[in-house]
Design a protein. Structure first.
Ligand SMILES: *[C@@H]1O[C@H](CO)[C@@H](O)[C@H](O)[C@H]1NC(C)=O
Ligand SMILES: *[C@@H]1O[C@H](CO)[C@@H](O)[C@H](O)[C@H]1NC(C)=O
Ligand SMILES: *[C@@H]1O[C@H](CO)[C@@H](O)[C@H](O)[C@H]1NC(C)=O
Ligand SMILES: *[C@@H]1O[C@H](CO)[C@@H](O)[C@H](O)[C@H]1NC(C)=O
Length: 271
């Protein structure tokens, strides 16, 4: 059905009709049909722009304009969109559709005291967006924290986010829309590969998606001192002997660790 822009005057006429004088008026009309269709189709991949189109046909005894109240319902319960129009067609668009939008939709039309609903139409949006994992810093000493973020700003719905360390499920992120950050204590030295995995809390059947992998190096807090003598040899009784004790890499140690460092000089196993 062709739509035109110049409907303001007829709509005004409807509003006047339905005003104080309208109650006494005998309006004879029937809602012949209410049809819901979906473009480009009912099975789409996440990211597709989807339009739900509700088309109605109302017959009247006299050529008058009636206000059409359209509602789009999800699972017969949640009103996702409503519009009052004098037109016979209303669109509701998902720009773009995400897995959380999957479900059974219907369209309901109210005209004065009459109501009619379309048959249900099942929309199936498959796939999830890829979450993005960020880790800072990527090199720490054992016992230090890294900040781990797992974000999926384009996904709709409540997310369940898990952190994997070397392929093993390690932590859950708090359920925050779009993702969140947590502090993770790196308690064992070595190379760690971190990833996060995402599911929809309300639609686990949508599957899961894995983030990029980030490698983190956890260095052992090992301060092995070295000792040197001056002179290196040929010391006789009564000479001064300089003993130099050094900790290689001292300046690279985290400050709270280097501050705790203690060095003892022992001889024959006794302090
Ligand atoms: C449509 O009109 C009805 C009756 O005037 C009103 O109750 C309702 O809020 C309107 N809905 C929208 C979406 O404007
Ligand atoms: C989907 O809709 C958005 C918003 O209207 C638009 O910017 C985008 O180009 C559309 N994408 C496609 C593939 O048509
Ligand atoms: C939705 O689409 C996916 C992929 O095409 C399919 O595996 C799944 O069975 C469909 N689900 C429903 C409820 O139709
Ligand atoms: C991360 O580490 C794994 C295993 O050590 C290695 O195979 C992979 O190439 C590394 N990835 C990056 C991005 O450095």
């Amino acid at each position: 059905m062709a739509l035109c822009e110049g409907r303001a005057v007829p709509l005004l006429a409807v509003l006047l009709l339905l005003g104080p004088g309208a109650t006494g008026q005998q309006l004879s009309f029937t809602i012949d049909h209410v049809t819901l269709s979906v473009l480009p189709g009912a099975d789409v991949v996440s990211g597709t722009n989807v339009t739900l189109r509700c088309q109605v046909q109302v017959s009247h005894s006299a050529p008058q304009w009636l206000l059409h109240s359209f509602s789009f319902l999800l699972e017969q319960a949640t009103e996702v969109y409503a519009k009052n129009s004098s037109e016979s067609q209303v669109d509701y668009s998902l720009l773009p559709a995400r897995a959380a939008h999957s479900g059974a939709y219907s369209c309901r039309l109210h005209v004065l005291e009459k109501e009619r609903s379309s048959p249900e139409l099942r929309l199936n949006v498959s796939g999830l967006t890829t979450p993005v994992l960020t880790v800072t810093p990527r090199e720490v000493y054992e016992g230090q924290d890294v900040m781990v973020g797992c974000h999926a700003p384009k996904e709709e719905g409540a997310l369940s986010l898990q952190l994997d360390v070397n392929g093993e499920r390690r932590r859950s992120f708090p359920s925050t829309p779009g993702g969140t950050d947590i502090a993770l204590k790196m308690d064992a030295p070595g190379h760690m590969t971190l990833r996060c995995r995402m599911r929809l809390l309300t639609k686990p059947e949508a599957g899961e998606s894995l983030s990029n992998a980030v490698n983190v190096t956890v260095r052992e807090l090992m301060a092995t001192p070295t000792m040197t003598f001056d002179p290196a040899s040929g010391v006789v009784e009564g000479d001064f002997l300089w003993v130099r004790c050094a900790v290689p890499g001292f300046s690279e140690l985290p400050r709270q660790e280097s501050a705790r460092l203690e060095i003892y000089l022992t001889r024959g196993g006794v302090s």
